[in-house]
Design a protein around this ligand. Structure first.
Ligand code: F6R
Length: 242
């Protein structure tokens, strides 16, 4: 596992953006696994800026989102489909038909999870999986206790994840309690994984994931099972590593 520590969030984001850019330059029809949340925003802003400056093309690439809330449609401003459209897809040249994500409004969530897993397999798996890390060390919405070989499925969100994500919902609006997430087993089948974690609130999750035992209690510790993982941190997130 390669660990890169940069002084600032900006510098850390630039490293991850460069890894994504090189991936599509080297393999234009790459399947990219993409996260939402606060962490990737600086990376997506850089990819958009580079694209506007003539660097990077995604018109042969496929995007597979890591997860989606259940019970809200993709038009809802809190959905991950909306987030991805606003923060990345509408600014660069992904083909609409190559953008894949779990359907959060599917009537049968388990069938939808299976469909998504099949779609990933049909593309030959994920070439580069970009991940954030939860404060409780979750990856995707695989909460502590998730087996490291678990597949894409419907999950209940933990109280700490609901609390961390409450900021994305209008006061009074209903916050989803469940999601569809790629499983840890699915994530680990990616050819390469890059994780970005920034900020002091991620420091203990980073230390537990990278310096502790490999255990289902710490989803991030599963990353040590993968042969080609790069972890990019800012100084704050690296604070509890030796
Ligand atoms: C998002 C996702 C989550 C986030 C994690 C960190 O698609 O799967 O695992 O990466 O919750 O979220 P932020 O970046 O908001 O701190």
């Amino acid at each position: 596992m390669e660990i890169i520590v940069k002084d600032t969030v900006d510098e850390a984001s630039a490293i991850v953006a460069e890894i994504l850019l090189r991936q599509v330059e080297e393999k234009p029809d790459s399947a990219l696994g993409l996260p939402t949340g606060a962490t990737p925003l600086g990376v997506y802003a850089r990819l958009i800026e580079d694209f506007r400056n003539g660097r990077g093309s995604y018109n042969c690439a496929h995007a597979f989102n890591l997860d989606e809330y259940l019970g809200i449609p993709g038009t809802d401003t809190a959905s991950y489909a909306f987030y991805m459209r606003e923060n990345l897809f509408r600014h660069i040249d992904f083909m609409q038909r190559n953008i894949h994500m779990p359907d959060g409004s599917a009537a049968d969530a388990s069938a939808e999870a299976t469909r998504y897993e099949t779609q990933i397999a049909a593309r030959g798996g994920i070439d580069l999986m970009f991940l954030g890390l939860g404060r409780n060390a979750h990856i995707g919405f695989n909460e502590p206790g998730s087996p490291h070989d678990i597949r894409t499925r419907r999950v209940a969100l933990s109280a700490s994840t609901m609390e961390a994500n409450a900021r994305y919902f209008e006061p009074g609006s209903r916050q989803p309690t469940h999601a569809i997430t790629m499983g840890i087993g699915t994530i680990l089948e990616s050819r390469r994984i890059v994780v970005l974690a920034t900020g002091i609130e991620k420091a203990s999750a980073v230390a537990a994931s990278l310096a502790g035992p490999i255990t289902d209690a710490v989803p991030g510790s599963a990353l040590a099972r993968h042969a080609h993982t790069t972890i990019v941190l800012d100084r704050d997130a690296a604070h509890e590593l030796d």
